[in-house]
Write a protein that binds this ligand. Sequence first.
Ligand code: PEP
Ligand code: MG
Length: 736
Amino acid sequence: MAQSGPAEDRLETVVRLIASNMVAEVCSIYLLQPDNRLELYATQGLRAEAVHNTFLSLGEGLVGTVAKSARPLALSHAQRHPAFAYRPETGEDPFLSFLGVPLLRGGRVLGVLAVQNVTTRTYKLEEMEALETVAMVLAEMVASGELVNLVELHRAEVADDRRMHHYGTAISEGIALGHAVLHQPRFHVTRIIAEDSDEELTRIEDAVGRLRASVDAMLSGDTLGRAGEHREILETYRMFANDSGWLARLREAVESGLTAEAAVERVQNETRARLMRQTDPYMRERLHDLDDLANRLLGHLVGVPMTAAGDKLPTDAIVIARNMGPAELLDYDSQKLRGLVLEEGSATAHVSIVARALGIPMIGRVAGITDILEPGDAVIADGDTGEVYALPSQDIVDAYSEKARFRARRQAQFRKLRDTPAVTKDGERVALNINAGLMVDLPHLHEAGADGIGLFRTELQFLVASAMPRLSEQRAFYSQVLDQAKGKPVTFRTLDVGGDKVLPYLAHDKEENPALGWRAIRIALDRPALLRYQFRALLQAASGRHLRLMFPMVAEVSEFEAARAMLDRELTRLDKVGQARPASLEVGSMLEVPSLAWQLDALLPMVDFISIGSNDLLQFFFASDRGNTRVGDRYDLLSPAVLSFFRHVVSRCRAHDVPISLCGEMAGRPLEAMTLVALGFRKLSIPPAAVGPVKAMILELDAADLSAFLGDKLDRPDRTLRPLLTDYARERGIPL
Ligand code: PEP
Ligand code: MG
């Protein structure tokens, strides 16, 4: 890669200056190429012909060793080191001593800066530190394009497809083509050399103090939950932030002449180099925590906002984060938000529910993505397959643009079905409702042509608030929901918190198994004021109108009875204070706990309807955590076990003439929805984007024929009936 130009001339000058300042006969700069080889880019003292012709792999020779370990190496007898690799083209035979330091930026190795001397010189610690400081400055200059031709460097990188393609878990469907926005901006240090070390010491100590206070505040619950941060992570932060060794290393780095921010970067680079060699995943995860913490400390020093939501965003922002809470996602300008990619995240986390409500594609569990992407990088996020492309090649952009156009055409076809009722070929009407929980969901009710809202998750209003919403706020919110539903039925589910839905302002002990813990109706019955106020707000909002309510996580009939009795007391209170009751009231129960399926004969006479929450129900059914990717997909929802369980519930509901619906995520997938209709479900509640595809499927389905086809297959020992059902649909042209 022969190069010439102003950038390369500058590089020549730099090596000359360093060599003379360090009193060294040789100074060379090697840069890491996308193929992971180190290329000699400039030298003073070695043969000029070797420039762009000498290459070393990571770990090869002394330079490769420095790059691989990301640590300095000082040797008075270089040739005696086991890794020494002789490169005849460089003419380096006469040079005995060697000092190499990595060029590090944001913890990543960009190359190596090395000096060599003819004598067997022992480099002093101060000399090593001075060369490291020069390397920090150089790394900035390389990254900004001042020293090398970045176009050439990047063109090579774009060709390297392997590093660009990442797999995660598809969480919210759709395709986003846009540019990366790092939710927590990565700070790059530009001011490296201190003018006044005492002042820098004060700055670093102040910033560490502020960092500790902010971690304490997060742990005390002011923002816990809102930011999607787990308590364990914050506790690790607190431990590191109070580590005296860390502060001592920061002080030492400042005393060596660096600015406070350069000291943070230097210490983090060194820690990173140490931890990167760990193979233990726990330790590597701690590295991530330390990176976050160092970044927060830089944020305190530089005084910039902690998230990118308030920054100037590109018009096609794909937000990249380790994790975040629902409120943080809502802070972004939805006009510019195209997608979300997280390193953590699960399909049923709150932020995922909000992403679906906003209609943006979301991919979770993409390992290391916050380290890989730079702000402004072109990104494609495929919420259907869970793939993420960073710096995609033109072929991939073309293919995805076509896929996005195809989706848009399909959406247009679905829109045409908006006013067509969902009726099967054999005349069965299926009510298609949507799941909602935020005001942004309401327009979807009409845009999708849905029959109503089958699940309104009231906890979302509580989750995005920093304090418990007051009665008047709750009432205003529910009233607005009913106004905007314009007479279409809305089924409000009472507060479903606990488990992974933590209200920052509600005292809650840490639990070993939160999914099986103090949550939903259990909290509501133990803290009756919460539910009473919610009932009051709902009843007042629905005064003179129709109101549908249901309770989450009911495990036994007595829980339903207790909640219903509280509701009745609130109704009586309404009469006493002379307020109008709702014009009509229906009260139902969710079926999310398997035990309730064997109490239906007792429960059904008390309820107006049942709604199966398959997300929770099936995690309990299979004992497999819905948020844990290791086991989340292990069992198939179309297994005979699940389907015969549903058949039992449907038959009990029919016998008692109680309507049944299903509002878990599975009902939004056409194949699953098809199967549910064949089992007798005539009401589904699904994400708004699923209304079109599910309706298109229903219009081509003969429900009685599929029921007959299923026949005794539910009693077979098959692991799943998915292949059979897929073939059934294909052969009959039912769109899935
Ligand atoms: C469910 O569990 O299926 C359900 C609809 O409730 P959520 O996803 O809010 O827990
Ligand atoms: Mg649930």
